[in-house]
Design a protein. Sequence first.
Length: 89
Amino acid sequence: MVQPATVGSDRARGRQRAEVWCNDCHHHAEISMDGLPDGLPIPDICLRYRCSKCGSKNLMSRGSIEEHYEMVEQQRAGKGIGTRSKPNS
């Protein structure tokens, strides 16, 4: 069985945010992982929160997709990953 990422493993990769969704009202929030323990699995972050819109505890969490794409774009810009010259027409 594959173990889920933890707050500590995400921090080691330079990530600082997580996303939390309400399964009842579909409210979405991006939160900082500051102050969360390193050993906390990312999917369990939601167990510490309640939806600020409807009050539900029926939540799910994952690492921030927006932050992931920001990091990918920074890598591409800094290392030239995925850049090619256009072929002559």
